[in-house]
Design a protein around this ligand. Structure first.
Ligand SMILES: [Co+2]
Length: 207
């Protein structure tokens, strides 16, 4: 099974269909515009930002900086929101971000068991599989098997797997390990190696 084939299991109740959510969003948007809370332009601009401008390419620059600047890395692990703000990265759904570091002994992976909480400023909008009940339940029950079967990521038995449950209060991102053989690469070159999946913790960074 590949991740695109992950579908909700029949015993899981999915509260709303995508069409219903889209309809509710449209209704909310219309109401906010009507009441003068938002303008059409502002709504379009926000959608554009979170679809095109904010995304894993920003998270990748954060990771590359942490790999090359130990003091920045310490600040990132102490307070990811503040450290990202230093780089001009922040905003909606990034108010309380936490970075967790992968090491030789620990592999971190992120989920939102309730819905799809996710640090938008550094990762953009979550992929579909992140929102599926199949991922949300199994990654907690058997993370090692899930990573192996669905993502082809075999975490050695000697490495502890930690699963972090994102919420509206805390949104996690993974600081992946810098791959060996990248000592000569610049920060910009390193950033190109960092993928969204590596910052969710379902894949390593590969050269
Ligand atoms: Co959530």
């Amino acid at each position: 099974m590949t991740r695109s084939e992950i579908t909700p299991s029949p015993d899981v109740t999915v509260p709303r269909s995508e069409a219903e959510i889209a309809a509710r969003m449209k209704a909310l948007e219309a109401l906010m515009i009507e009441k003068g809370i938002m303008t059409t332009e502002a709504v379009d601009r926000l959608a554009e930002i979170y679809e095109n401008e904010v995304g894993p390419q920003l998270g990748a620059t954060v990771v590359a900086k942490a790999w090359t600047d130990p003091e920045f890395k310490a600040r990132l692990l102490a307070n990811a929101t503040d450290a990202c703000a230093e780089m001009g990265i922040g905003g909606l759904q990034g108010e309380d971000m936490v970075a967790v570091e992968n090491t030789d002994d620990v592999h971190n992976v992120v989920v939102c068991t309730l819905c799809s909480c996710y640090p938008w400023p550094v990762l953009g909008l979550p992929p579909n599989w992140y929102k599926q009940p199949a991922y949300r339940s199994r990654i907690v029950r058997e993370p090692r098997a899930m990573l192996r079967d669905e993502f082809g990521h075999d975490v050695p038995e000697s490495v502890e797997v930690r699963v972090w449950d994102s919420s509206a209060e805390l949104r996690y991102m993974v600081l992946p390990q810098r791959p060996p053989g990248t000592e000569d690469k610049s920060e910009a070159e390193l950033a190109e190696l960092v993928t969204r999946d590596s910052m969710i913790g379902v894949a390593p960074v590969r050269v």
